[in-house]
Write a protein that binds this ligand. Structure first.
Ligand SMILES: Nc1ncnc2c1ncn2[C@@H]1O[C@H](COP(=O)(O)OP(=O)(O)O)[C@@H](O)[C@H]1O
Ligand SMILES: O=C(O)[C@H](O)[C@@H](O)[C@H](O)[C@H](O)COP(=O)(O)O
Length: 185
């Protein structure tokens, strides 16, 4: 396939986004962003207290990530982004920015054609049991494992016409990386 400007590695908390995203970026020589590092303090505090985020908490965070992707791609930089991006609408914001955000309609931007990020979505998909076991073992992270059920409840797996592949988290890391690299050939 023609190389996308960016790879989005998405999935619920603990599905392996950060691990897989960093490995892919290193393999491809692309820049890596972990969306966790871009949450405002209020979002981190909320999640830390076991309160799931809502659309209004996530949309500004996603708009900021869209701007970062667009800026890098415009300067010729390819990017890997690890980001939960649980709903289709969230992935649309990553691709098109705030013009398509459900809660942030910009009246003045209505007839403008938004700049789009050409994205390949890599969905790391797995069972509650496997992912929850991994989360319970993970140390030193602000996201409490108790929020995993709400992540599954919110998840809208990508489907056509989205440009995506789905990979099972049951595969080992080298198999996951090889599958993505094969898709990009
Ligand atoms: N394919 C895999 N097989 C086994 N363990 C994995 C795999 N992917 C990730 N892990 C482990 O699962 C845990 C969660 O991964 P992480 O990358 O932090 O997920 P996320 O960024 O989606 O929250 C980490 O301890 C990581 O080492
Ligand atoms: O949209 C969200 O609810 C959050 O982004 C969440 O999905 C994300 O997973 C956290 O940032 C925790 O980080 P980990 O995914 O690394 O556990």
């Amino acid at each position: 396939m023609a190389a996308p400007g960016a790879l989005l590695v998405m999935g619920v908390s603990g599905s392996g986004k950060s691990t897989v995203g960093a490995l892919l970026a290193s393999e491809l020589g692309w820049k890596f962003y972990d969306a966790d590092d871009y949450h405002p303090e209020e979002n981190r505090m909320k999640m830390g207290k076991g309160i799931p985020l809502k659309d209004q908490d996530r949309i500004p965070w996603l708009c900021n990530l869209h701007d970062i992707l667009l800026r890098d791609i415009a300067s010729g930089q390819h990017v890997v982004l690890a980001c939960s991006a649980l709903k289709k609408a969230y992935r649309d914001v990553l691709i098109r920015g705030k013009e398509c955000a459900p809660l942030q309609c910009d009246e003045t931007g209505k007839d403008k054609q938004p700049a789009e990020v050409k994205l390949l979505v890599v969905h790391l998909s797995g069972s509650f049991e496997v992912i929850s076991r991994r989360l319970l073992k993970r140390k030193g992270h602000f996201m409490p494992p108790e929020l995993l059920q709400s992540q599954f409840d919110t998840l809208e797996p990508p489907s056509a016409p989205e440009n995506f592949i789905q990979i099972s988290v049951d595969k080992n890391l080298s198999e996951i990386i090889a599958t993505v690299m094969e898709t990009l050939k």
